[in-house]
Design a protein around this ligand. Structure first.
Ligand code: ADP
Ligand code: MG
Length: 334
């Protein structure tokens, strides 16, 4: 601990060796003790010190240090020494608690991020439900309705045959052919919806092909060009790492589709030494600094969390009407 003594005018009268080491000086004798702490804390601390002098009772408090020793936090114990039943001076014992305070702040931030993320997961779940219900309603609903109409048509044909005794084989065959076609379409729709719900492309294709597949799907859906540039012909990372990279690409492309207004986009992936370099860029309107820092931007929060979970370094950069670029560097050795 740093220990020093002050008189009634708050002038420093003595210091210990830790004090000399920390402040790199012993010319402090005579200096006003308040110069050691932040200006906006001086009133509060002065009240406490005054009270210790008048009540002759030790007290402790926390302060931020001044520019003499910037950015540090201390708990200080102020102990009066008494002569002729009056406090003549104080001994102040200051313990550096900066690391503890910073750790607490980090913990608080992490907690806030976790809360935001939990809420985000809930939103995603809702969005997915909406997507599933829309797909089922629009796609399967429509195809099954068409099938039902064909069945009704065939049923009417059969009624006619019953009356006339003369079946029109061509019409019956056309009806069946149409039903068979619609059934094929429906099967494809079911496959597509299932695939979108749980993309197993990554397991099936591997990271490189999965990204290329994702980019093609993206272009098909949005009409936005997407160039994929992957330096290695084979990529083989741990599953968690591949999943993280793939999800970040997916989320970023979703943002390009939703927000950028871009006509072209690019996904780049390269391995250099022991790191993966991933970039996703577009030539759209450009994300703003406010949008990047918005704690409610949960898609981005998700991307940050994913990058963080594999010790990745993420930077996002937007240039007005030039585009947005997201860069992530991830160490391969986890
Ligand atoms: N590629 C981009 N181009 C322009 N703006 C973007 C881009 N990506 C994200 N943004 C902006 O950043 C915001 C936050 O993105 P995100 O966290 O994914 O939230 P969401 O997509 O749900 O709106 C978006 O609402 C949008 O305004
Ligand atoms: Mg988003």
């Amino acid at each position: 601990s740093v220990i020093f003594t002050i008189d009634k005018q708050f002038a420093m009268t003595g210091i210990n060796r830790s004090f000399i080491n920390r402040y790199n000086s012993d010319e402090i004798i005579g200096m006003n003790a308040f110069e050691l702490i932040q200006e906006d804390e001086q009133t509060r601390v002065k009240e406490i010190i005054d009270r210790v002098f008048s009540d002759k009772q030790a007290e402790s408090f926390t302060v931020r240090s001044s520019e003499v020793d910037p950015g540090r936090f201390y708990t200080v114990q102020a102990v009066p020494f008494i002569r002729n039943s009056a406090a003549e001076g104080l001994t102040l014992i200051a313990t550096d608690i900066t690391d503890k305070i910073l750790a607490e702040e980090r913990l608080k931030e992490t907690n806030q991020r976790l809360h935001a993320l939990a809420a985000h997961l809930q939103t995603i779940r809702e969005e997915e439900r909406t997507m599933i219900s829309r797909e089922i309603h629009d796609q399967l609903g429509q195809e099954l309705t068409a099938l039902k109409m064909d069945i009704a048509f065939l049923s009417r044909q059969i009624d006619k045959v019953k009356l006339s005794g003369k079946p029109d084989w061509n019409e019956l065959q056309d009806g069946l052919k149409s039903m068979s076609d619609i059934t094929d379409q429906t099967i494809n729709s079911v496959r597509r919806i299932a695939r979108e719900l749980r993309p197993d492309v990554l397991d099936k294709l591997g990271l490189k092909d999965a990204i290329e597949w994702q980019a093609e799907e993206f272009t098909k859906r949005t009409g936005i060009d997407c160039i994929v540039s992957i330096s290695q012909s084979e990529l083989n990372f741990k599953h968690e790492l591949e999943n993280t990279v793939f999800r970040i690409v997916q989320e970023s492309l979703t943002n390009v589709a939703r927000h950028s207004g871009a006509s072209r986009s690019k996904v780049g992936l390269s391995v250099n030494g022991s790191s993966i370099y991933l970039t996703i860029e577009d030539n759209g309107r450009g994300i703003t600094p406010e949008e990047i820092d918005n704690a409610k931007s949960l898609g981005l929060v998700g991307i940050k969390e994913r990058a963080y979970s594999v010790n990745g370094k993420l930077t996002i950069n937007g240039q007005k009407d030039k585009g947005t670029i997201l860069k992530i560097i991830i160490p391969i050795e986890q």
